[in-house]
Design a protein around this ligand. Structure first.
Ligand code: SF4
Ligand code: F3S
Length: 103
């Protein structure tokens, strides 16, 4: 699953769709972690979609990630500032790709 200490163990590698990306990033195979308060490990996400479908405040948006080995779409936490820390997405993701830090 996602490293809960990614913000200490990784360095930022720019922004995509208004969301901070934590490297390493080497497309199309390696896409890093997207988001900070709500963080999605793009290299673990398999596009299950349960997070996006069940988030009560619609934090996530689908984005295309062509030729990524795990899945060709991912969820971008574009409205992570709206997150109410319910932890539903963290609990529901089948591959533990999401970390939410209520801190
Ligand atoms: Fe949405 Fe809850 Fe996940 Fe925050 S913790 S992104 S509110 S499902
Ligand atoms: Fe991906 Fe997990 Fe959501 S696989 S689409 S982060 S439920």
């Amino acid at each position: 699953g996602i490293d809960p200490n990614f913000d200490k163990n990784r360095e930022t590698a720019g922004e995509e769709n208004g969301v901070t990306v934590w490297g390493p990033v080497e497309p199309p195979e390696t896409l890093g972690i997207h988001g900070t308060h709500v963080a999605v490990d793009y290299d673990i996400c398999v596009a299950d979609g349960a997070c996006l479908e069940n988030c009560p405040v619609d934090v996530f948006t689908w984005v295309d990630t062509p030729d990524h080995p795990e899945s060709e779409t991912k969820v971008e936490p574009t409205r992570e500032d709206q997150c109410i820390d319910c932890m539903l997405c963290v609990d529901i993701c089948p591959v533990d790709a999401i970390d939410v830090d209520p801190g």
